[in-house]
Design a protein around this ligand. Structure first.
Ligand SMILES: Nc1ncnc2c1ncn2[C@@H]1O[C@H](COP(=O)(O)OP(=O)(O)OP(=O)(O)O)[C@@H](O)[C@H]1O
Length: 250
């Protein structure tokens, strides 16, 4: 997919420092509407920092970062939903209440339209029948799907995911990856996924951005030009995995 025309996410010459530590140095990235981009890189190269900047959680940086044409420092982050490695659910609240936390602040979660929206999201992530369950009644994969529904509650233009499946066992992980693909395909949300897992990146993404170094810079961008639905064992995917791994090792 081309990212040339009006990218929904535009990062130009991003430089981010924490005191003396430069975390990112001159990162450029353009993500097209509806595109699925994975960001991989070794520990400490600034992957989470990049997501934090994109989400508006970090206001101090040099360069330009815009979502939907609006600078994130000027409210562009309203168009961004975030899913973290840990589901970060409210233990005392049920699934419906946990998803409703992600609704825009001016929406009363008790209003019928808001309840319908939340129930629709719960169904979207495949948790029908669990709306009244509490987090301790859910498996790890289910809890992560609540977190995904919460991230979608704002109906964001861009969904940012920071290693959302890394704490899950292999089978649950594969299941959740397919679930995310399903949600992405049905909703058309633009996705930026940070992961350590090259296999996951290549299986899911249209493009894999390899970050490297300290400070982090874009070392390589690998297009995953493989038709969907994909087979994990597809020789083209296996070859692309090698290409990404080689780029990481350089
Ligand atoms: N709040 C902070 N204060 C100071 N330094 C920080 C802070 N957050 C990140 N850093 C530093 O910025 C650099 C990039 O960190 P970041 O967490 O973005 O990397 P990462 O690629 O996500 O790592 P990992 O894969 O281990 O999560 C590291 O050198 C880290 O120590």
């Amino acid at each position: 997919m081309s990212s040339d025309a009006d990218p929904v996410l535009a990062v130009d010459d991003l430089r981010k420092r924490y005191g003396e530590t430069v975390a990112l140095d001159g990162v450029d990235l353009a993500v097209a509407d509806g595109e699925f981009v994975a960001v991989v890189g070794p520990s400490g190269c600034g992957k989470s920092t990049l997501l934090r900047v994109l989400s508006g959680l970090e206001a101090q940086f040099d360069g330009r970062v815009a979502v939907g044409g609006t600078d994130v420092r000027a409210g562009g982050s309203d168009d961004v939903g975030m899913v973290f490695q840990e589901p970060r659910l409210l233990g005392w609240a049920d699934v419906r209440e946990n998803v409703a936390v992600g609704l825009p602040a001016d929406v009363d979660p008790e209003r019928p339209a808001a309840r319908d929206r939340v129930d629709d999201l719960i169904e979207t992530v495949g948790l029908d029948g669990f709306a009244d369950s509490r987090p301790d009644e859910l498996s790890g994969g289910m809890a992560q799907r609540v977190s995904l529904a919460r991230g979608l509650a704002y109906d964001p233009a861009v969904l940012l995911l920071d290693e959302p499946f890394s704490a899950l066992d292999r089978l649950t992980k594969a299941d959740q990856q397919d679930h995310l693909l399903d949600v992405w395909e049905r909703r058309g949300t633009t996705v930026v996924l940070v992961t350590h897992d090259v296999e996951e990146a290549v299986y899911l993404a249209d493009r894999v951005v390899v970050l490297d170094g300290q400070p982090g810079t874009v070392a390589s961008v690998v297009d995953v030009d493989v038709e969907r639905p994909r087979e994990r064992a597809d020789p083209d995917l296996v070859a692309l995995r090698r290409e990404v791994t080689d780029a990481l090792g350089r």
